[in-house]
Design a protein around this ligand. Structure first.
Ligand code: SF4
Length: 315
């Protein structure tokens, strides 16, 4: 007899509006211009999604130099430094920018502060494509990066009275609040965003994890190891008291032995993980347990972003 297990399914989870739009952009570009269409960097951080688009005719490259000038190129949802579209335009390439509008909003904020003579502090993860893209909106030295509260003590701005901060969109809401508090304590004049830079999808997915954490023995986050918002969900689960919280790309990655005897498990998915992988994980539990699925919904989302006009026009 299989043992009973309650599977708490977090909602919202999985695809956000920015990821949905980025995938549509690649699909519509292939439809419009035929294959191959080049994509600079993984369009979104998910192998399943990338492999699916590759099968349809997308070619993923890391740099613009890897794209032939006579094929269209798409820039990923994470955003790109200003130099990238500038170079594509110089080479007279057809390009479509799939940067999430909520990342573009941060780029515009940075630009506006720069024009007003402020130096920027960016709270983000070094090396992440979104951080590189956002820092690359301004000339070198105009954006100081901090990753932790400890980093705040180490930065040396030009003029401590002329500073503003921005953040990566996929950070931990709670960790970021601590870093912002440290920034405000050291630089009382620092200006923050009018509206939080951490996006609605990141915030909502973290809230849902906090709601299920007290009920579960283990949390599985479906997402890629390079997906920032997915990794944050694991951390949020642990911080909310869940002793076992793991990132899995799909059902095959589940370490059943480490999970041990379970009565309740939580399942969520990062913003770039498709629902088909969530269903795969639920099926894997159903194969081993007598599963009752309990949906824990902490918010409803109805955000949608239009694809760029060039793709809405006929070829
Ligand atoms: S996680 Fe947020 S910022 Fe990133 S693509 Fe999704 S909606 Fe946009």
């Amino acid at each position: 007899m299989p043992t009973d297990l309650t599977l708490y399914l977090a909602a919202p989870r999985g695809f956000c509006a920015g990821v949905d739009r980025a995938i549509k952009i690649v699909e519509m570009a292939i439809e419009k211009w035929g294959a191959p269409v080049y994509v600079r960097h993984e369009i979104v951080h998910n192998k399943f999604v990338v492999d699916g688009l590759r099968a349809k005719g997308a070619v993923f490259v890391e740099e613009l130099d890897d794209c032939p000038a006579d094929r269209p190129v798409i820039f990923s949802a994470h955003g790109v430094p200003k130099s990238v579209p500038a170079e594509a335009a110089r080479r007279e390439m057809v390009f479509v920018d799939a940067t999430c509008p909520l990342v573009s909003k941060v780029h515009i904020e940075a630009e506006r502060h720069h024009q007003n003579g402020l130096q920027m502090v960016m709270i983000g993860h070094a090396g992440h494509p979104e951080t590189l893209g956002t820092m690359g909106q301004l000339p070198q030295g105009e954006v100081l990066l901090v990753e932790t509260v400890a980093d705040v003590a180490g930065i040396a701005p030009r003029d401590p009275a002329k500073l503003a901060f921005i953040t990566q969109t996929t950070l931990s809401v709670d960790d970021t609040a601590d870093i912002v508090a440290a920034l405000k304590a050291r630089f009382p004049a620092i200006i923050g965003p009018h509206k939080e830079d951490i996006c609605y999808a990141t915030t909502n997915r973290q809230e849902a994890v906090k709601a299920i954490a007290p009920k579960i023995d283990a949390l599985l986050v479906i997402g890629a190891p390079n997906s920032s918002n997915s990794k944050r969900l694991v951390e949020v689960g642990r911080a909310a008291g869940c002793g076992y919280a793991q990132l899995v790309q799909r059902a095959d990655d589940i370490d059943w032995r480490a999970l041990g005897a379970l009565k309740a498990v939580g399942v969520t998915a990062g913003a770039s993980a498709p629902e088909v992988l969530v269903n795969e994980v639920i099926d894997a539990f159903r194969a081993r347990f007598d599963v009752t699925v309990d949906l824990v919904e902490t918010a409803r989302e109805n955000v949608e972003f239009k694809v760029p006009r060039v793709l809405r026009e006929p070829a």
